[in-house]
Design a protein around this ligand. Structure first.
Ligand SMILES: [Zn+2]
Length: 314
């Protein structure tokens, strides 16, 4: 019989415990970084989902007010969410009041169980997609991450997320509806502190993930984000920035990917051949460059091949 994950944690007095041949950290490395008054981010690993990192590869953020804390993203697992909430409440000295889910990807919402007693907000489209897709997304993370997902179940958003501006303590938060990374993405811009929580619309030296991408919509979203007068940029993956360079880099990558797929389809290359093409030097040292490129071929290249087919005579 395999002991439960909680059981294993309870028996471990040291930060690391041995399970068979694998070493599992009992805690995620959740270290808040203050980026403005009452505002923090937690910067994650930039790799891919593995048992070793427990799926912790997405940045999350939280913003305090006198009434309590607004949290952006709940992370990849129940264990992460529970640890994260303890860290938030210890850092701010305030209770969590609400959770914002920016888009449907599982590393951003599978910690929701730890926030079951507060409103979990998402826009209507994301909420609707999660009703049909959340179980499959969770199963995929179980497959990739394994043991540290123990006890994680998808808890769906339970409250609306109106777009537009609202006051939150010292902050003036604007919830901006975008799309492109997925069919529906929310960015949060704090007009007072100048922090832009772009989350997965922007990747910083970590190769963008494309399972639900629309490149034209994503490029339009980046234009809109770059026009905002931000002072601090919080990407979904990679370090924060104080300028628009990660936005420009994400745009350059999407444009290069689009050109390369288009050219390859016109030349009749197979998906396998496209997977082996060289990565442009300016993107080659980004985290997960080759693996994410291969995955992008799987997600998107078929549409380029279709578009390159000669039109059939009526
Ligand atoms: Zn995402």
């Amino acid at each position: 019989m395999i002991p439960s994950f909680r059981h294993l944690i309870a028996r471990c007095a040291l930060p690391l415990c041995l399970l068979g041949n694998a070493v599992h950290a009992t805690d995620y490395p959740v270290t808040p970084q203050q980026i403005a008054p009452d505002s923090w981010v937690v910067i994650a690993d930039t790799g891919y989902f593995t048992p070793a990192n427990g799926g912790f590869l997405v940045n999350t953020a939280f913003i305090a007010s006198d009434d309590g804390v607004l949290v952006i993203g709940s992370g990849p697992s129940r264990a992460f969410g529970e640890q994260y909430r303890r860290v938030i409440e210890a850092t701010t000295g305030k209770p969590v009041r609400e959770l914002i889910i920016t888009h449907k990807h599982p590393d951003h919402f599978l910690g929701n169980q730890a926030f079951h007693d507060v409103p979990i907000r998402a826009d209507d489209k994301t909420s609707s997609m999660l009703r049909s897709e959340a179980d499959g997304l969770a199963q995929n993370l179980y497959r990739l991450v394994g043991e540290r997902m123990q006890g994680t179940e998808p808890l769906l958003p339970n409250a609306p997320l109106p777009t537009g501006v609202r006051e939150h303590g010292r902050q003036r938060l604007e919830f901006i509806a975008l799309s492109g990374h997925t069919q529906s993405d929310i960015a949060v811009f704090d007009h007072r502190s100048g922090v832009l929580y772009a989350i997965d619309q922007v990747f910083n030296r970590r190769t963008p993930t494309m399972p639900n991408a629309s490149i034209p919509a994503w490029l339009a979203a980046l234009e809109r984000l770059e026009a905002l007068p931000f002072k601090v940029l919080v990407p979904g993956h990679g370090a924060i920035s104080h300028d628009a360079r990660p936005i420009r880099d994400t745009r350059a990558y999407l444009q290069w990917l689009d050109r390369t797929f288009d050219d390859a389809a016109r030349r009749g290359l197979s998906a396998t051949e496209v997977m082996a093409l060289p990565i442009a030097p300016e993107f080659a040292d980004w985290a997960e460059a080759r693996d994410e490129w291969r995955r992008s071929v799987g997600f998107l290249y078929g549409a380029y091949e279709q578009a390159a087919l000669p039109a059939l005579a009526p």
